[in-house]
Design a protein around this ligand. Structure first.
Ligand code: ADP
Length: 614
């Protein structure tokens, strides 16, 4: 007999100290208790573990929990035990004595009067290739299987683990034992894939809303990223936060610069040795360090509920990834910030890497994912609406400042109807067969060989946009793509195409706006002195490298004219910074490392012009 609702509430209070179920928990628990297969999609922090822990206690016998990360298993076991739930784990990290102890505890389980036994037995998927283990399960069948992080079975997901494929055989090997699968991965495609690969039998599907009302989303244009990150963290002294960076090197640089400022920040990436990584995670988890600076290697299953912000220093690879990573903030339901620094050379760098991909399918996927990210970061509409739309959900609550920067009126937009028409017309006149770089070349009137050889210096739109720099036109194009007013193909060399909506813009029937690109900082004033030594940038994108070389040539020319050594004009570091940021106004130029008032007045215009012509 299943316990009634009142009993479940009593158990909830007894085991966990909670008076109410979170949305969907009770529905999941009811289905598990009714011995059905269950498939649960719930966002991070939604309270998935309780959905199998509570039935594991209520049902006779025990539940086998399959979880992908051995490193996190111990925490999960400790957390369950802290609630008085009898939990053990079996995995390859144990020594023989630990394993024997776990098995002894387990063996006490099964029949009334058999001793303490366990409620939860945590195992990694590879355990199912161990004959001793599988025969143990046959002798002492569990009441149900709980598969955590079930998206690991799907190659469409972002954490595919081949060992998970084996779990598709559970139903056949242990007939009659229900399976409950849990994931926070939200797309319908992954969902279908999981149900199929795990061979769930007419599962009861529970799909929670992906809205996280306590998270506030914002995008800040990236200008001086190191200084922006520092000032952001300084404004939140002692507050736990996660900073994601795209590369190990950037992780190290950011962590070092924060440490130099007296902030307790620790790095986390796959290049650190296991012990250091585990220790850093542990110290963050225990609030001994307030900030963890990490690559996306950090996070799956991290159980720290009081993370108050997640700051992305670089553009994530996909909106799904962004949602999951930023979702590590505010698991306790208290307000938290999800801030993305977007811009700089990130889109160009991402495009460069996508172009290098050998597998066309992978390339097409990466390209689509990038387009989603551009759409999100360049949006002039509510960010929450956009995120939820991506997961197939409608968000219709009225705009409020706690929702996102757009709803709070922090993102201003500018009318770019005429610029949109110029771009579209350049695309039309060159036969819609070219990518972003070439269209920009045509619009700004580049005299390059590539343009001449195709006769594109003769088209009517050639040079019509020469009054604005190339980066402006790239932003216009990104914004048009993001608003679906033009399309970018998924080919190896993506080309730009007009759409039905483009015709409306060209015909003057529709106006276009884009988010104003302003160089506000992520809060407050910045102090630069300490950052100087650390703020060394890596030049990734070939476009940046090319521009850097051009700026060096200009510096040589100026130095020769004045009879001074080149470094007196600008240092390499300044030129690198300039090549990366592509300042398009004197204000932006003044933001470049090493450009003071004097040098701005002397050289600013000449360098800005060189950048504009690039
Ligand atoms: P998930 O695995 O879905 O990311 P967890 O199971 O780790 O989420 O739960 C997130 C937090 O929410 C935990 O601290 C958990 O104790 C808490 N929690 C779960 N259910 C409830 C509830 N009904 N009431 C209050 N807090 C809850």
């Amino acid at each position: 007999m299943n316990p009634g609702r009142a009993d479940l509430h009593a158990e909830l209070l007894r085991l966990f100290g909670y008076r109410e179920f979170r949305p969907n928990q009770q529905e999941v628990i009811d289905a598990v208790l009714a011995r059905r297969d269950v498939f649960v999609v719930m966002p991070t922090g939604g309270g998935k573990s309780l959905c199998y822990q509570l039935p594991a206690v209520v049902l006779p016998g025990y539940c086998v929990v399959i979880s992908p990360l051995i490193a996190l298993m111990k925490d999960q076991v400790d957390a369950a035990r802290a609630n008085g739930i009898r939990a053990e784990l079996l995995n390859s990290s144990q020594d023989p004595a630990q394993r024997a102890a776990a098995l002894a505890a387990f063996s006490g389980n099964g029949h009334p009067g058999d001793g303490p036994g366990v409620d939860l037995l945590y195992v990694a998927p590879e355990r199912f290739s161990d004959a001793a283990f599988t025969s143990l399960l046959t002798q002492r069948p569990p009441s149900f299987f709980a598969i955590d992080e079930a998206h690991c079975v799907s190659e469409w997901g972002h954490d595919f683990r081949p060992d998970y494929l084996r779990l598709g055989e559970l139903g056949a090997t242990y007939p009659g034992i229900p399976i409950a699968a849990f994931t926070a991965t939200a797309t319908h495609k992954v969902q279908r894939d999981i149900v199929e690969r795990l061979r769930l039998r007419e599962p009861h599907v529970v799909r929670a809303s992906f809205d996280r009302p306590n998270l506030r989303y914002a995008v800040v244009p990236k200008s001086k990223e190191a200084a922006q990150i520092l000032s952001f963290v300084r404004e939140r002294p002692g507050v736990p936060g996660i900073i994601y960076r795209a590369t190990r090197k950037k992780v190290e640089q950011t962590a070092a610069s924060l440490q130099a400022d007296g902030i307790r920040a620790l790095p986390y990436h796959a290049g650190l040795n296991d012990a250091v990584r585990a220790e850093n995670q542990e110290r963050f988890q225990r609030d001994e360090a307030e900030v963890i600076v990490a690559t996306i290697a950090f996070g799956m299953g991290i159980d720290k509920s009081n993370v108050r912000y997640v700051l992305h220093g670089d553009l994530p690879k996909s909106l799904e990834g962004y949602y999951q990573e930023s979702g590590r903030a505010g698991r306790d339901g208290e307000p938290a910030d999800c801030v993305l620094l977007a811009g700089g050379g990130d889109v160009a760098t991402a495009r460069y890497f996508i172009n290098q991909m050998a597998d066309p399918d992978q390339q097409a996927r990466a390209s689509r994912a990038l387009a989603e990210m551009i759409r999100y970061s360049g949006s002039i509409g509510c960010r929450r609406t956009q995120l939820l739309h991506y997961f197939g959900e409608q968000y219709s609550a009225p705009a409020h400042p706690g929702c996102c920067d757009v709803c709070a009126g922090e993102v201003r937009s500018v009318d770019i109807t005429r610029d949109a028409q110029i771009v579209m017309s350049a695309m039309a006149r060159t036969g819609q067969r070219f990518g972003v770089g070439h269209i920009v070349d045509v619009v700004v009137g580049s005299d390059s060989e590539r343009v001449r050889s195709r006769g594109h210096h003769l088209v009517k739109t050639w040079g019509v946009g020469a009054d604005k720099p190339a980066p402006h036109w790239r932003r216009v194009i990104d914004s048009l793509i993001s608003q679906r007013l033009i399309e970018q193909t998924d080919e190896k060399f993506p080309t730009l195409r007009l759409t039905e909506s483009s015709r409306e813009v060209l015909a003057g029937e529709r106006s276009v706006a884009m988010a104003e690109f302003h160089t506000v900082r992520a809060g407050g004033r910045t102090r630069r002195s300490r950052m100087d030594g650390d703020d060394v940038r890596v030049i990734d994108a070939p476009e940046t490298q090319r521009l850097f070389e051009q700026l060096r040539a200009l510096r040589k020319q100026i130095a020769d004219e004045q009879g001074v050594p080149a470094y007196i004009v600008f240092t390499d570091r300044t030129l690198r910074d300039m090549a990366e940021r592509r300042p398009c106004s004197m204000d932006e130029m003044a933001e470049v490392h090493g450009v003071g008032k004097e040098k701005l007045a002397r050289y600013g215009e000449r360098f800005a012009k060189a950048i504009a012509l690039d």
